[in-house]
Write a protein that binds this ligand. Sequence first.
Ligand code: FES
Length: 230
Amino acid sequence: MASLSTASRLCLRSAAKPSVPAVRALSSTAMRPDSATYNSPFKVSDKGNQIPSFGKYVSNSSPSKNLVFSYFMVGTMGALTAAGAKSTVSEFLVNMAASADVLAMAKVEVDLNTIPEGKNVIIKWRGKPVFVRHRTADEIEQANKVEVSSLRDPQTDEERVKNPEWLVMLGVCTHLGCVPIGEAGDYGGWFCPCHGSHYDISGRIRKGPAPLNLEIPEYDFPEDGKLVVG
Ligand code: FES
């Protein structure tokens, strides 16, 4: 019985032993040096493995000549790129700049000789009304007599005019933007009918809900009898 079990164990061991040597033998045969002679079915020709000749592209000139040419090419390309960039930026700036009609509206010229003393004119500047008043000596005196500290928006008349004869200001009520009426109100200046704001002969708020004096725009007298607003 014992001999039978020993025999069966031997039989099992021999069956369980892997056939590694056989596989190794196969693989070592494939890697053998004489495999270089193996003709692959995918090999078309040997040309693909060869480095092509660039001889015909090699310059015959001297290295210094080649350098000069390279510098010339780089310099030229740089100059062309810079010129292109400059032109693009200039085009962009020209497009972004205000058009001629807008520029024309930016400044308005007024002939002061056409405005008699004691009269108002209203001009349009950048879509807003501008009051120009040719003040009389009495009105100038009246504007200067006011106690500045008593004003809601304290400003002397001097601070509001370049030439006392000419009062130039935006005709937009500082309350909610209505256009005040000239030569009206309790202070002989302008009156805003929307909510009852009274401005004096210097355009300063004296009564009503408006918080500030009428705004003074940019203006100048480039020559005698000429006013430029803007
Ligand atoms: S808008 Fe002029 S008083 Fe209100």
